[in-house]
Design a protein around this ligand. Structure first.
Ligand code: GLA
Length: 730
């Protein structure tokens, strides 16, 4: 364990300066890594190094001269590439000055480091255009122990009139390696997070979204770059990144010409149809790109990201979560007080903490009995709920369970009172036919009145029901016909100001209700990003809850987001037995969405056994380190493991993911993250009533045996999921 003093000194060094002649070298260091910026004779600020930290920081100053780039412009490796002057590659920023001129040059002026605390430092570098009163500040916020950096820019000018920002990147990074491999994701509703990995070739690879809301429906802004060779879980140089933005984004990966072969990454809000008119002295703050780097593969990188997310980003990331029973798939829109009273009893009988009432509880003139009416009219439906939500909260309480509720406050159905009362609050083209996504339209969150309304939906629920325990915040529609009546001539601000409006609302929600659990849902995983997770305790990975599919979906999300934030529900989707479903849902925040009364005696007993085990292990799963042991993509058996900080307790989940003849575990699976010298008891848990353990193990093993030889989990067509608990024994 390193001392506090050590950390303090190291953090102070996190951005050290070595002035030599005119050259300024700035090393942005974390525990293992360094990003080095350096000026050239023309005061251009370049990113000259990214990789393992050097023992002697003086070495950073000499790195740039080792390279002989084929770069006549001299600024190909700029830390923030402008356009319209010397740079002819993909720029980080493009502007039209107040006088119509389109050239921009950015020169280093100064930099400063603020120490936020023992672990966190903020480097600010100021760049200015020598010909125009225009500046960009680059921010690098480092989390020393976690090896994580958040990087963004702030753009400002003092010209005589409005400047148009045509492109406005958050971060511009340059990497040097013998080849780059990009792992990216694609998907759609119910098929989120499908990975693809490919070698980057010369030219530009762009990953973007233009959907407005639920921007990640087809592809998220999360990505992995391997350098020198494709990384594995435990080997290879790997950068893992994600843009903290809940709207249109754009990631450009440009491999520059021979012999430089630099990889330039430019990440930020998508500038498509989104040029921004910036008034004098106004700050344009871009969202952060968060990234971490490891020379020990994707496993190490993802654990760093998890630690950072739990400690610094997700609401209550180091705290607790509620298990729940949700009624979406058991009732859909068809419920009333009598049915719900039974469901509260079922919640108690199942033994979870809370009942979550889903869609369908609101709307009177336009009752929400299907997805074609009612959104916007957030009053209890009098036929279904004559005594209102407050009576439900009381009834749940009387049954000893908490109560949570679903809302989708950014949306409106044309069949609603809201739509009729405030047509000007709706994003649509008045001269064109309306185009709906799930029969609904998006409210214009650029308008402060709409922000008040959306905040009011949440606030009113809590004012009327102070013991309301949870909100599931949904967002199902994309933005078609992107036109705001509020923005008038600044239509191109809509995509950016929508997200800013959403964050303003969420800021207000969190100012008033700092810790109440909120689930980030977007018709499945249409909006899973750290810009939003700053306000939420958990996210909904996918509407696809088939547990076999979930093994793959959760596996991929787990590179970027920690288990504590993954809402995993057990439903009727999928053909697997209840044990398999529950075992998969345990790898995160567990919930149920089933008809409890349809469970037979053994199934209910199993749910109780698993919940008891979960309560004993959730601290390990939620707050421990995750190891992906065996991938579902290339093996019959997928295997994942969670280990607590002191390495005294661990749990290993093993699932059969192939149905072919004789598929199963043929060899031991080597565990990871244990203490080689400790002795562990090895026990199969989550045993289905009437079955015994399938493990052929001694009760005790040394950590080094478990990590070098491993345990065969005996997964087969007869035992499709096997959960193993390890406990240190003295
Ligand atoms: C979305 C969500 C579901 C459910 C429905 C309700 O599709 O992802 O979980 O809440 O909306 O309409």
């Amino acid at each position: 364990m390193r001392s506090k003093n050590y950390l303090f000194t190291a953090c102070l060094m996190a951005a050290s300066i070595f002035a030599k002649a005119q050259v300024v070298t700035i090393a942005v260091e974390t525990q293992h890594n360094a990003l080095v910026l350096q000026t050239d004779a023309g005061k251009n600020l370049k990113m000259v190094y990214f990789g393992a930290k050097l023992n002697d920081a003086k070495g950073y100053a000499g790195i740039a001269k080792m390279y002989k780039p084929n770069d006549d412009s001299g600024i190909l490796d700029d830390a923030y590439t402008p356009s319209g002057s010397a740079n002819l590659a993909e720029p980080a920023i493009t502007v039209t000055h107040a006088d119509g001129n389109k050239s921009l040059d950015l020169q280093y002026v100064s930099h400063a480091v603020t120490k936020v605390d023992d672990n966190v430092s903020l480097l600010t570098v100021t760049l200015k255009d020598p010909a125009y009163p225009f500046e960009v500040k680059l921010y690098y916020k480092t989390f020393f122990k976690e090896d994580v950096t958040e990087q963004w820019s702030v753009i400002k000018h003092n010209e005589k009139g409005v400047v148009t920002l045509n492109k406005f990147g958050s971060a511009n990074l340059n990497f040097k390696a013998d080849g780059f491999w990009l792992k990216q994701y694609h998907g759609n509703w119910a098929s989120e997070m499908k990975p693809e990995e490919s070698k980057l070739t010369h030219g530009i690879k762009t990953i973007d979204s233009k959907l407005g809301t639920r921007a990640n429906l087809y592809q998220p802004s999360t990505f992995i770059i391997s350098m020198d060779k494709p990384a594995t879980e435990d080997e290879g140089k790997v950068l893992l990144g994600s843009l903290e933005w809940s709207g249109n984004f754009r990631l450009d990966f440009e491999l520059s010409p021979e012999p430089s072969n630099y990889l330039r990454l430019i990440a930020g809000i998508n500038n498509a149809a989104a040029e921004y008119h910036l008034k004098p002295n106004e700050d344009f703050v871009t969202p952060a790109l968060v990234y971490t780097y490891s020379e020990h593969g994707t496993g190490d990188a993802s654990r760093k990201m998890h630690r950072w997310a739990r400690k610094y980003k997700i609401v209550d990331g180091e705290g607790s979560r509620l298990t729940l029973l949700n009624n979406w798939e058991s009732t859909y829109f068809d419920f009333n007080e009598t049915k719900l009273a039974q469901l509260f009893k079922d919640t108690k009988k199942l033994g979870v903490d809370m009942f979550l009432l889903d869609d369908g509880w609101f709307g009177n003139n336009h009752p929400r009995n299907g997805d074609n009416a009612g959104l916007g009219d957030w009053q209890e439906n009098k036929l279904k709920l004559p005594n209102g939500i407050s009576a439900l909260v009381k009834e749940a309480d009387a049954n000893g369970v908490k109560f949570g509720i679903w809302i989708e406050p950014e949306m409106v159905n044309p069949a609603s009172d809201l739509y009729k009362a405030h047509p000007d609050w709706v994003i649509k083209e008045s001269g064109r036919p309306e185009k709906y996504f799930r029969n609904q339209l998006v409210l214009d969150l650029t308008n402060p009145k709409v922000q008040d309304f959306v905040f009011g939906v949440v606030d009113n629920l809590f004012i009327k029901n102070p013991s309301l325990a949870y909100i599931k915040w949904d967002c199902n529609a994309v933005i078609y016909n992107a036109n705001s009546q509020y923005l008038k001539k600044d239509q191109s601000h809509l995509y950016t100001d929508y997200v800013r409006g959403l964050y303003k609302v969420l800021d207000r929600v969190r100012a008033k209700y700092p810790k109440v659990p909120l689930m980030l849902c977007s018709g499945g995983g249409g909006r899973v990003d750290y810009g939003a997770l700053k306000y939420f305790t958990e996210y909904w990975p996918s509407d696809n809850t088939d547990p076999l599919e979930r093994v793959f979906i959760q596996w991929e999300y787990s590179y970027f987001f920690p288990a504590i934030a993954s809402s995993n529900h057990i439903t009727d989707w999928g053909k697997q037995p209840l044990k398999f479903k529950i075992d998969v849902a345990m790898m995160g925040k567990m919930g149920f969405d089933i008809v409890v009364s349809k469970l037979n005696e053994q199934e209910l007993a199993y749910a109780h056994i698993a919940l008891k085990n979960y309560n004993g292990l959730k601290d390990v799963i939620w707050h421990g380190d995750q190891y992906r042991l065996q991938s579902p993509w290339v093996n019959d058996v997928a295997s994942l493991m969670y280990v607590n900080d002191s390495k005294s307790k661990a749990v290993v989940f093993n699932y059969l993911v192939n149905n072919r003849y004789n598929a199963g575990a043929k060899a031991p699976i080597r565990f990871k993250g244990l203490d080689a010298t400790k002795t562990y008891s090895v026990k199969e848990i989550n045993l289905y009533p009437g079955t015994g353990t399938v493990l052929e193990t001694e009760p005790k093993y040394k950590g080094d045996f478990l990590m070098n030889v491993g345990i065969n989990p005996q997964v087969s067509a007869f035992h499709t999921s096997v959960v193993i608990q390890l406990d240190e024994v003295q």
